[in-house]
Design a protein around this ligand. Sequence first.
Ligand code: ZN
Length: 309
Amino acid sequence: MSFLQLRVSRCAATIMALAISLAPFTTALAQQKQGRESAQAPSITSTLSSILSLGSNVLTPAARTVQSDPYYQFRNQRYTNEGLISERDEIALGNQLHVEIAKKYRMTNEGQTRANAIGQRVARASQRANIPYRFHVVQSNDINAFSIPGGHIYITSGLMRLANDDELASVLSHEVGHVVARHSLKTLQASQFLNGIADLLGSIAGIAGDDAGQLGTAAARIVASGVLATHNREEEREADFLGVRAMPRAGFKSDGMITMFQKLLRISETNHDLLGSLFNDHPDVEERILNTRYEVNRMNNQTRTRGRR
Ligand SMILES: [Zn+2]
């Protein structure tokens, strides 16, 4: 689908959704006013109401798709560095941020081979397989994972112990999804953190002395700000979508994402303190389970349909 088509259909979808949500309200309003305005025909309300109901009759199938598909806005998305710093600069920035993260958190070799083997598989199956990915295990009992621009991804040893291979793949694939969609990079760019850094990154090949020091200081400031650990609900939903889609392509069972969420749900009920930023401010875990189940079923149906042909 072209960009223009996508925009038109999205816009139409929004209007449809609006029409649907307004319809009950205007109907109630029309009923309320019926007694008073029955003499003045046709009233504005009833005209509006009939336009909306006509709209909803005509548009219901599409609107139903929009409402039932939690990921409709992410389908057919293409991701690039357009409007952002270049991919080369993003990777250089990521390497610099990693130096600072490695100072702040204790990295461990425990489970590192496993994290890397599984992580590389989901990264190769992602929509951004062209950049190098590095998977790091952070020594911590917290249940957490996060990623930074440029392909460095972190997971705690606590989460590694909790997850079987399919579940671990789901977490790493979700984090790769953030890298694919350039979420943290967009956040950094919007927060003005990258002002002035682009020049430093541009000369990174021959970087020395003052420039290297300045870049280090800037990276340290970014890591300390905590801005890399926050994603909005929409970004989480998108990373879930990109993550679960890549799982079967990488040879993992996609319902590993569902059982991972179920484990997290149990932990959130008993020991919430262990859950780090991976699950704070995210859509409700229940909602994520429902959304993921929707996508797993959809992928299974597509596979079955293909198999019958
Ligand atoms: Zn996330």
